[in-house]
Design a protein around this ligand. Structure first.
Ligand code: 3HC
Length: 336
């Protein structure tokens, strides 16, 4: 089922060629396929096909960068949080996202790509990060809405990755999902307070934020299954466990009920329960917007990348100081 053809396609003069595997490699490939079929986890030291490694690196890199860039829209509001409690929660959340990025960069390092290489790819615009973080945070209700909807969508997508076939990624995801769950709860709680105890103006702010974030959140799950070039292989290898459309549908079904508790309207006139399917129908997603944002032309792409590059450049002296300190310690140790 996991043929070498999928793993070793090479291009030469425009034609697709299959690299011929040696007898040893064929045996390793068969053993790998059997382990995947049996639901085994693959560790860093285990043999794996080149394309399995590449696919993992592509997904983990996208994921790690999303966590780090995702700190920016919320970080903007730390100094403007309305109460000490909300500020402490937001600080903890933004720090958590930084930690998630580090777990994921570390998982990618076990596959042979260094954090510096990945950060370089992000800063040069070669690596992707989630489309959702290219939208602006205009008011305080956006922060609650990011927690409720963006982190809610992230959990829906990420819980199945705790069973990813690559063990270091799966282990990182278990820790990440625990924290994402707190992130979703705090967002929902923040919005609930505004909706129940707030003024009419605050309730309108929440509705406005939900109107702006709803459709971009549905896009977070990626293109429809029949237009997703990586899904089939990712799922065959157990890297992805559930398809983009299935996760999107689960998110819609769960969120409709939560919106009722909050008392907000989800901005989709076509959203309704379908008795026959036992799921909600929902409107058509504007995929041209999604691809525009992914290609770098969303409302905040340039600002987000600019901020990341600036933070990296501003931090150069810290990295140099840390390395100089490490060298000094090493010299002391060697002299002792
Ligand atoms: N934003 C940006 N790019 C996206 C995207 C999105 N929302 N959804 C898909 N894409 C990209 C893919 O990376 C792929 O591009 P590539 O081939 O150059 O890598 C292309 O669009 C086609 O999509 P596919 O469906 O074929 O790609 P995948 O099979 O990899 O599925 C995915 C996409 C569902 C996002 C999958 O990669 C995944 O589950 N990733 C891990 C989770 C993740 O990255 N989450 C980021 C969300 S935010 C977050 O985690 C932060 C939290 O704190 C909120």
């Amino acid at each position: 089922m996991y043929t070498q053809a999928m793993d070793t396609m090479a291009r030469e003069g425009g034609a697709k060629l299959e690299k011929v595997l040696s007898a040893d490699e064929q045996q390793l490939q068969q053993r790998f396929d059997a382990r995947i079929d049996a639901g085994d986890f693959i560790e860093a030291k285990d043999w794996m096909p080149d394309n399995y490694r590449k696919t993992l690196l592509r997904q983990i890199s996208q994921h790690a960068h999303s966590e780090i860039v995702g700190m920016l829209p919320e970080g903007n509001w730390i100094g403007r949080a309305p109460t000490l409690k909300r500020k402490a929660i937001l600080l903890a959340k933004v720090q958590d996202e930084g930690g998630h990025g580090l777990y994921l960069y570390a998982a990618a390092e076990t596959l042979g790509t260094s954090r510096d290489q990945m950060i370089d790819a992000l800063h040069s615009g070669k690596a992707k990060y989630s489309s959702i973080f290219n939208y602006p945070t205009l008011n305080w209700a956006d922060i609650g809405t990011i927690g409720w909807l963006v982190d809610g969508a992230a959990i829906m997508n990420q819980v199945p990755i705790c069973r990813c076939s690559y063990a270091p990624y799966a282990r990182a995801m278990i820790r990440i999902c625990r924290e994402e769950s707190f992130h979703q709860r705090q967002g929902f709680d923040s919005l609930l307070v505004m909706m129940r105890d707030g003024t009419d103006a605050q309730r309108a702010m929440v509705q406005d934020a939900v109107n702006r974030w709803w459709w971009p959140c549905l896009m977070m799950f990626g293109p429809p299954d029949d237009q997703s070039p990586n899904s089939a292989q990712g799922m065959r290898w157990g890297i992805k466990r559930v398809s983009n459309d299935t996760l999107r549908q689960k998110f819609v079904d769960a969120t409709v009920e939560q919106a009722k508790v909050l008392g907000v309207t989800l901005p989709d006139p076509d959203l309704k329960w379908n008795e026959e399917r036992g799921q909600h129908d929902f409107g058509v997603i504007d995929w041209s917007e999604f691809w525009r944002v992914v290609a770098g032309d969303g409302p905040n792409n340039r600002e987000r990348l600019g901020m990341r590059v600036k933070a990296w450049d501003d931090g150069e002296w810290v990295r140099e100081a840390a390395l100089a300190h490490a060298r000094k310690q090493q010299t002391k140790l060697e002299a002792a």
